[in-house]
Write a protein that binds this ligand. Structure first.
Ligand SMILES: NC(=O)c1ccc[n+]([C@@H]2O[C@H](COP(=O)([O-])OP(=O)(O)OC[C@H]3O[C@@H](n4cnc5c(N)ncnc54)[C@H](O)[C@@H]3O)[C@@H](O)[C@H]2O)c1
Length: 371
């Protein structure tokens, strides 16, 4: 079976989990419920993804073979697959732009980024010569210019994109049109983890409304100790992350809440938590006869494998779209896999649409929506 050739931008914790997972599923069951949502997409199993190019800016990763770079500091995610075979790919210097926040320099190097003093490579040429078919974008939150730079590189090199970052590309009309015009498919924006705070909050909020209960207010507070959480201490980088997370929950309600009655966002950086993310969700509502119903929930996950379990499907879906000659945002898979897709659906509908797309049943729907 021909492999899906993948380029990775940002060799951080999420990339580490994804690449570990590709190897892990060579040696373990990969049926549904073995940590995998879609064991087989177009004949591609999780292990049928091959890394052909990788870009970063951290001096501890540049020049390293990818199988070593994923374990380099400051990555701190859980190691569930120690052995990764040599594949000859080394991490290349990308374009820094706004990828690294100034406050990172104030933290110990074991916890934060250290930029390499090297000239960037020609990313478009690297993508072309590597034969990459899909690029997954794992840049830090707030990297508006850097994400746009790599999106442009995808357009020029005709490489499909999976945008895991809350910088609006697939969900932005102008960018979506650029992808359609260039004949390149994209899934985005901002990855919605397997069983993460967003999907749990969405489903619980829906449950209240489906059972006739009115939600009066809600919050979702998140803490973690990885570089993603450290980066998000800089509030100015957070704007679109907050919009993405909040609108993802608002989109599921019969009547969206007043902005004062909903608070969702990353809340603090707790170094010793490392890649363990803890979400505290509270929903206050009223049931029969106006009787109060208050829900308090705590969710504890390993942040990066939780997102990789979704990205492993998104990569194969966008590769399938590419093979079918589709262009622009893939609406079905974006709504299932991303917090901010071009069009929001209830999660069970997004799942059905994605399954139909994989089976080849709603290609026309996607084509129509793209055009
Ligand atoms: N569950 C999750 O982990 C989850 C869920 C949703 C969204 N995301 C998003 O995915 C993205 C990646 O998350 P992560 O935990 O892997 O982050 P991370 O901080 O571990 O990794 C980011 C990597 O990008 C590199 N980088 C910075 N600027 C760069 C540039 N200009 N070019 C190339 N590389 C650059 C850094 O050196 C680092 O290796 C973040 O935006 C995060 O918010 C993650």
């Amino acid at each position: 079976m021909k492999k899906v050739k993948l380029a990775v931008v940002g060799v951080g914790n999420c990339a580490s989990s994804l690449i570990q997972g590709i190897e892990y599923y060579k040696h373990h069951h990969n049926e549904h419920s073995d940590g995998i949502m879609q064991p087989n997409i177009n004949g591609w199993r999780p292990q049928d993804i091959a890394i052909v190019a990788a870009f970063d800016v951290d001096k501890r990763k540049i020049g390293l073979p990818i199988e070593k770079a994923i374990f380099a500091e400051p990555n701190c995610t859980t190691v569930f697959q120690k052995f990764i075979p040599v594949n000859g790919v080394r991490v290349k210097m990308g374009q820094l732009l706004d990828g690294v926040a100034d406050h990172m320099a104030e933290y110990p190097s074991s916890q934060s980024f250290r930029v390499a003093q090297e000239d960037p490579v020609n990313v478009v040429e690297e993508l072309k010569s590597s034969g990459a078919e899909v690029l997954v974008c794992y840049l830090p939150v707030g990297s508006q210019k850097a994400v746009e730079f790599y999106a442009n590189a995808c357009l020029q090199a005709k490489v499909a994109m999976v945008n895991c970052v809350p910088v609006f590309i697939a969900s932005d009309k102008k960018w979506a049109n650029n992808f359609t015009q260039a004949g390149v498919p994209i899934i985005g924006d901002d990855i919605k983890s397997q069983v993460g705070a967003t999907i749990v909050h969405r489903v619980l909020a829906r449950l209240f409304n489906d059972r006739g209960c009115k939600i009066s207010r809600t919050y979702q507070l998140n803490t973690g100790g990885n570089t993603d959480f450290l980066n998000m201490l800089e509030r100015s980088r957070l704007k679109y992350k907050k919009i993405s997370k909040t609108e993802s929950v608002q989109s599921q309600l019969d009547v969206p809440l007043d902005t004062n009655e909903i608070h969702i966002g990353p809340s603090d950086y707790v170094p010793w938590q490392k890649d363990n993310k803890v979400a505290f969700i509270r929903i206050e509502g009223k049931g029969f006869g106006g009787a109060p119903i208050d829900l308090e929930m705590r969710l504890s996950v390993q942040d990066s494998p939780n997102s990789a379990g979704v990205v492993i499907d998104a990569i194969r879906c966008v590769a399938l779209a590419r093979e079918r000659g589709l262009a622009g945002p893939l609406n079905s898979a974006s709504s299932y896999y991303m917090k901010t897709p071009p069009a929001q659906h209830r999660d069970h509908i997004a799942r059905e649409l994605t399954n139909e797309f994989i089976m080849g049943e709603n290609i026309q729907v996607n084509k129509n929506k793209i055009n």
